[in-house]
Design a protein around this ligand. Structure first.
Ligand code: TXA
Ligand code: MG
Length: 318
């Protein structure tokens, strides 16, 4: 089954595929996910194969309600309940104690499982109808740009998945924020929900934990989310010498600069949420434009701007 619209019949078919061990790409409010039944180790293994994802990189398990959460996690602490009440459904992933029935492949052997309840109605309906938690990484080859529309998934992985559900362009455009709570509340990945919002609910989060204190989380690998062509961050594109603009592409924050081979503007209004929603879409386009390099203009580091800069820095890291 190729790319299909999100009709009720197609969601039924996709849910049946998932129950039988199939792989279904579907939209969430952050980016497109590549889903498999979280309890089916063989199906989960196919996700790793399709993405060429290293087995040390654990997946996020998606649930459609709290009863489903209880099937994958146990001893959920009170502080997690508080986060759930405040941010679910939505782009917050919480690391919890895993139940033994969750295959080790899903969690890369960790005693914990990362869980989130997406807010996107198509994702929710699909998980509900599959009647099983869905393990789903972003639907891109490992290390490459994340997909924010069905066409991105089709181009990158179309021949390898059983079905791609088209839900249009994703709302946030960057992945969920990831937190762990024990032994201490800590931020594992910047994402669509600003850290300040989480801290307003449960108090301070430790950040930049030393390597020994955090589980392997490749969303924090130095190089990740990368286009094929080189990308570098620039403070002010207008000050890049003209000779360096020729042949290169510009990912501008608010306004284009002449002399570039190709350019995209993240948000003319300077709206960081709009910028995040366009980030991967424009990077995909610039990567395919024939330019030799991307100059990405720095955006203000507040709210979701922190997640944007996190993605750009990793994308450009060598
Ligand atoms: O917005 C999102 O979160 C998207 C959509 C599809 O839901 N998913 C996503 O998945 O970004 P992925 O595979 O690209 O990122 C999963 C990351 C891992 O790389 C790791 O950093 C973290 O989640 N993770 C998963 N399980 C974990 C665990 N038990 N402990 C710590 N980190 C974990
Ligand atoms: Mg990813």
């Amino acid at each position: 089954m190729p790319v299909v619209p999100a009709t009720s019949e197609n969601l039924d078919r996709a849910a049946a595929l998932l129950r039988r061990g199939g792989i279904v790409a579907f939209p969430t409010e952050t980016v497109y996910g590549l889903g498999a039944n979280a309890f089916d180790a063989r199906a989960v293994a196919r996700i790793f194969e399709i993405k060429a994802r290293p087995a040390f990189d654990p997946l996020i398990v998606h649930v459609s309600d709290e009863a489903m959460l209880e099937r994958v996690a146990e001893n959920v602490p009170a502080i997690a309940r508080k986060l759930i009440a405040a941010f679910w459904p939505g782009p917050l992933t919480i690391v919890l104690h895993k139940r033994t029935n969750v295959p080790d492949l899903v969690t890369a052997g960790l005693p914990t499982v990362a869980v989130r309840m997406p807010a996107h109605p198509i994702a929710r309906t699909l998980i509900e109808r599959a009647e099983t938690p869905i393990a789903a990484p972003s639907a891109n080859p490992f290390g490459y740009l994340s997909p924010t529309q069905a066409a991105h998934v089709e181009r990158m992985l179309g021949d390898r998945v059983d079905c791609i559900i088209d839900g249009g362009v994703t709302e946030h455009g960057v992945e969920s924020t990831i937190v762990m709570l024990e032994p201490q509340p800590a931020l594992l990945r910047h994402g669509a929900i600003p850290v300040e919002a989480i801290e307003a609910s449960i108090g301070p989060l430790a950040r930049d934990l030393p390597d020994e204190a955090r589980p392997l989380a490749p969303g924090r690998l130095a190089r990740h989310y990368s286009p094929r062509i080189p990308i570098r961050i620039v403070d002010d594109p207008a000050r890049v010498p003209e000779s360096e603009r020729a042949g290169a592409a510009l990912l501008a924050f608010r306004a284009p600069v002449p002399g570039y081979f190709e350019a995209r503007v993240l948000s003319a209004a300077g709206d960081l949420r709009e910028a995040a929603a366009h980030l991967f879409e424009y990077l995909h386009e610039l990567d395919a434009s024939g330019a030799s390099r991307i100059d990405a203009e720095r955006v203000p580091k507040d709210g979701i701007g922190i997640a944007i800069m996190d993605r750009l820095q990793r994308a450009g890291s060598r």
